[in-house]
Design a protein around this ligand. Structure first.
Ligand SMILES: [Zn+2]
Length: 1013
């Protein structure tokens, strides 16, 4: 290493431009360190192997206070990701992540006992790529010595309430892969660190356990829960996070931090704080060292009372702190020296040290105690009476849907990149790349992003990043489809199909439709495309004409062409559409059933029904509302009423000044108000669809729909722009009312995977004092909510994350949209109002009525179909052959056989030049399928499963693919419930891969592509 090896981050990082009026530029400039000095410091005695072996010494007979120097860097919140990284717009919030990292590295080098923990890879990786080789070497050494520790290591610290497990796994994989590629096992995080997310899901803990983490730290939990835990010494527990996976597979040691993630009161030594620094010169009139040491000793002892070991943790840092790390570290150095000096001077039993979350955890593990077990989750979160953070379950519903839709598209992009091989990246359409969408989706999982709790301009920026990510994926899809179909077409991606806009299909006489199916099983899918006023002939891949229909789009004069497409597993079918010549337009005109409440007219001829071979639904002739639904296969009839209501958002009252806002849900009254008591209806019946169009008001309508073969009722709602001219913020719900006797119980999914039982006005681990009968019973619904009387089950599947509840027996409600006039004072500083008149939001609820014993088969398989819906790609047709030796084909499957229904292909993506990442998941819980065998273990032969490539070698990894499963070992914890069994390591046989209920297995496969792939 030459003289120019002076780390640029160390000597040139701070001080340029970002310094505000609150400090002089020189205050930010880290001390210049001479090269020899740097390496002297790096050769500190603690330089041993990575992991727990680099942890500091503790004193066994004392209370050890683990000081954890950290910064919490939101990947967008009040500022965008780039504004935070570079430190622009400091008038909004003073924060510049690049300077934080520069400054921290410099301070770590200045004193070898100092340690620091960093978390968000979206920021760290960006900073890393801007450093010189010399700085990178210095940082690698700090990591090796455990002085710079990574916790969590995801691209972001994801939200837990509005996220889907697939996207969580993807974002963790991205961040952990960066660490593995950059630092190897030295940089591999040992603990999960979710210090800020607003409540904690059980599935998140399960996923963390499966990723190999030894422990989990967080800050936010219900205030009542926290009080009880402190009293019962249950701030630390073993979380048994799966009802299906055998312990300890989903067991995760969980620690609640004492003070959210902030430093103790009066001990914040950042430029963003105003606390007094330690003045240890007794001659100074400002001398305060003795007072602060006494204060600290009392504080540490008091805090230690709530924890079970001789160790306690203090988080010394907060949001975007350490921009001038020297301020923090200089005072912490003094604090440690002064407090520990008391051991000699006064026989103090407090020992304070620089530590990290992993090193604290290591000491807890060594204490070898028996821990109590938790089986439920940490939702909903309230930080005080009347202060339930249940609004963000629904906030920004359009962004939440865009996230789910983009998850679908990213999986399609990943799969086609895997199926087509390197030809997907460089082809006739240019450079295709899945990475930008993968990164944008990872950013969107941040706990202020998909949660809907950022400022408006930041929310816009998240959407911009995702939209920009779609482009390179579209190029990739074009390259892959041309290669796999053998035909070079002018592929068109219609991104606005949700509002029936697609110029190609609306103006062309002929076009072709490629439908790609990302599922491991064949799918039949109703394709719906906007077209002109004509009659069309639709031909399937074999050239046979298939039934099609043209129907009017609700509340417009536009038309949609409908036809049912059949698409093989992990493959595509190409259909052709031709305008029929010489025929006059014969668009189906909906039978107008427009009517006002007419109690005096009760003719049976007015009864509205829609029906297919599985489902029958009847509507009230007076009100136009859904009134009955029948499952014809099971002969289950359920009277059910569905309508839209709104809660009047609280602006504070005598009980509490808390208002409803982006985070908080607080209705003024418990009873919601109807948007309308009746709906104007229209009936559309053709061979391919039956629809009842319901118009409730100028800003609320719905289409209730049945396609042939469909086993659920589809409710496509359109809500907005929500009017707020009357001065009231509104929170709109879809409400389902039945007479089912549900005994206060309902069920919601956890991040789209396992199901949790919810009971009204109840928490499983403490006696709840309920202060908000509505908001305090809301839970995250990521994919489904259901109620049952033990015999019949009513399930509603959602197309995005929403808040939901069952506030009366037999009822289900889902909050679909909200628009609010006040800020709820959790920092975002803006009301959730959205620009101009506000947003229209369109979404779908799928209603399944079933016997309880067969219900899981219905909702599991339908949810999978919704999450990974087919991707429709258009082209004018008449393209040129792509490879002359390959005959163009109109149908393709990347698999030799279909996956069994209980196996979900969770991930198929490129990992390297000749490597693929493959995740297979058992998508049923233990005992869930009570009739068939879908809840049984299932065994697959992977050796010849895929036709697109041949698997040469297969290695199994942990869930985030950052370590081989055979090498992974987690810390063992003793619990007061059945002894933890170590899972027996099984020999990996690619011809016989067994999945237990709810198990996900992750593989890295070396592959060879065929000649057309
Ligand atoms: Zn945060």
């Amino acid at each position: 290493m030459g003289l120019d090896a002076q780390p640029s981050g160390v000597c040139a990082g701070g001080g340029r431009g970002a310094a505000g009026p609150w400090t002089s530029p020189s205050a930010l400039r880290p001390p210049l360190l001479r090269l020899s000095f740097i390496f002297l410091l790096l050769a500190a005695p603690s330089a041993r192997a990575a992991g727990y072996k680099t942890c500091p010494m503790v004193k066994l007979d004392m209370l050890n206070v683990h000081l954890v120097a950290h910064t919490h860097d939101d990947v967008g919140w009040l500022k965008t990701v780039d504004q935070y990284f570079y430190g622009t717009y400091n008038t909004i919030q003073h924060a510049g992540v690049q300077y934080i990292l520069d400054s921290v590295i410099s301070s770590l080098l200045a004193e070898p006992t100092r340690r620091f923990v960093y978390v968000e890879m979206a920021f760290f990786s960006r900073w890393w790529h801007q450093q010189t080789n010399a700085t990178q070497d210095v940082v690698r050494e700090l990591v090796r010595q455990g002085r710079l520790e990574f916790a969590n290591g995801g691209w972001v610290m994801n939200d837990e309430a509005a996220t889907h497990y697939g996207a969580i796994i993807d974002q963790m994989t991205l961040g952990l892969r960066f660490l593995e590629d950059t630092f190897g096992s030295d940089g591999r995080p040992l603990v999960a660190w979710h210090i800020d997310p607003f409540g904690h899901s059980r599935e998140q803990a399960s996923l963390f356990a499966q990723m190999g983490f030894d422990g989990f730290f967080f800050g936010r939990l219900d205030y009542q829960d926290k009080l009880v835990r402190k009293k019962m010494l249950r701030m630390e527990q073993l979380w048994r996070a799966s009802a299906s996976l055998k312990p300890p597979a989903a067991d995760l040691f969980t620690s609640v931090l004492p003070n959210l993630y902030n430093p103790p009161k009066n001990l914040c030594w950042d430029v963003l704080c105003a606390d007094r620094p330690i003045v240890d010169d007794p001659r100074s009139p400002e001398y305060n060292a003795k007072e602060l040491v006494d204060y600290f000793l009392k504080l540490a002892t008091a805090q230690g009372q709530y924890y079970r070991t001789h160790h306690t943790i203090m988080t010394m840092g907060s949001d975007f702190q350490y921009e001038n790390a020297n301020m923090w570290f200089k005072n912490l150095d003094k604090l440690i020296q002064l407090v520990n000096a008391q051991q000699q001077a006064n026989g103090s039993r407090v020992n304070v040290l620089y530590s990290t979350p992993a090193c604290y955890l290591w000491e807890l593990n060594k204490a070898n105690l028996t821990w109590s077990v938790k089986q439920d989750d940490f939702f909903p979160y309230a930080d005080g009476p009347h202060k339930f953070w249940t609004g963000f379950f629904t906030s920004r519903p359009a962004l939440k849907r865009y996230e789910r839709l983009s998850y679908n598209f990213l999986q399609v992009c990943n799969q086609l990149e895997a199926l087509a091989g390197p030809a997907a990246n460089v082809g006739p359409y240019g450079s295709g790349d899945s990475a930008p969408l993968n990164e944008a989706m990872a950013v969107l999982q941040h706990h202020d992003a998909v949660s809907g709790t950022s400022k408006q301009h930041v929310a816009d920026d998240y959407a911009r990043q995702v939209a920009a990510g779609w482009g390179p994926c579209e190029v990739l899809l074009s390259n892959a489809l041309a290669l796999l179909s053998g035909s070079k077409e002018e592929f068109i991606f219609c991104r606005n199909l949700n509002i029936s806009l697609c110029p190609l299909s609306q103006t062309s006489k002929n076009f072709q439709v490629t439908i790609y199916n990302p599922l491991g099983r064949k799918v039949d899918w109703m394709v719906r495309l906007p077209v002109g006023k004509n009659i069309f002939l639709v031909k399937d891949p074999s050239g046979t004409v298939v039934p099609s229909d043209v129907v009017t789009v609700p509340s417009s004069d536009r038309q949609d062409l409908l036809f049912s497409a059949s698409v093989p597993a992990l493959g595509f079918s190409i259909y052709s559409v031709t305008q029929a010549p010489g025929q006059s337009p014969q668009t189906r005109i909906p039978q107008s059933r427009s009517q006002k409440p007419a109690s005096h007219v009760k003719a049976s001829s007015h009864i509205l029904t829609i029906q297919n071979e599985h489902i029958w639904a009847r509507f009230d002739p007076d009100t136009g509302l859904l009134m009955e639904m029948k499952n014809l296969d099971q002969d289950v009839l359920l009277p059910i009423r569905q309508a839209f209501y709104w809660y009047n958002a609280s602006t504070g009252n005598s009980l509490s000044a808390q208002v409803s806002g982006a985070y908080i849900f607080r209705p003024t009254r418990q009873e919601p108000l109807p948007i309308s008591h009746w709906a104007q209806t229209r009936l559309v019946k053709t061979d391919l669809v039956q629809e009842v169009h319901q118009n409730f008001s100028a800003w609320c309508s719905q289409v209730v729909r049945l396609y042939p073969g469909q086993r659920h009722l589809e409710l496509e709602w359109t809500v907005g722009p929500i009017p707020v001219g009357d001065g009231w913020g509104k929170e709109v719900i879809s409400y389902f009312d039945t007479a089912l006797e549900t005994k206060g119980l309902f069920f919601t999914d956890s991040n789209g995977r396992e199901i949790l039982e919810r009971r009204r006005n109840y928490r499983p681990t403490w006696k709840l004092k309920q202060t908000e009968p509505v908001a305090g019973n809301y839970y995250p619904v990521n994919s489904r909510i259901y109620i049952t009387d033990g015999d019949v089950q009513l399930t509603v599947l959602t197309d995005r994350s929403q808040g939901g509840s069952s506030l009366r027996d037999g009822s289900i409600e889902l909050m679909v949209h909200r628009r609010l006039l006040r800020d709820d004072e959790r920092g975002v500083g803006e009301p959730l109002l959205e620009k101009g008149a506000g947003l229209w939001v369109r979404g779908r609820h799928l209603v399944l009525l079933d016997k309880v014993r067969t219900a899981a088969v219905g909702h599991r398989l339908q949810a999978e179909k919704e999450l990974l819906a087919p991707q429709v790609v258009l082209a004018p047709g008449g393209g040129t052959p792509y490879h002359l030796e390959v005959t163009p084909r109109k149908q393709y499957s990347g698999m030799r056989r279909e996956l069994p229904p209980n196996v979900h292909l969770l991930t198929l993506a490129r990992w390297g030049r000749q490597m693929l990442l493959l995740r297979l998941e058992h998508q049923f819980a233990l005992g869930e399928d009570m009739v068939g065998n879908l809840s049984s273990p299932v065994t697959l032969d992977l050796t010849d499963l895929f036709s697109a490539f041949t698997i040469i070698d297969l290695k199994e990894t942990t869930l985030a693919a950052n370590q081989l499963r055979a090498n992974a070992s987690r810390l063992q914890w003793k619990s007061n419930e059945d002894a933890a069994l170590k899972p027996s390591p099984s020999q990996l046989d690619p011809a016989s891969i067994t999945l237990q209920p709810m198990e996900i297995r992750t593989f890295l496969a070396s592959v060879q592509w065929g000649k057309d792939g």
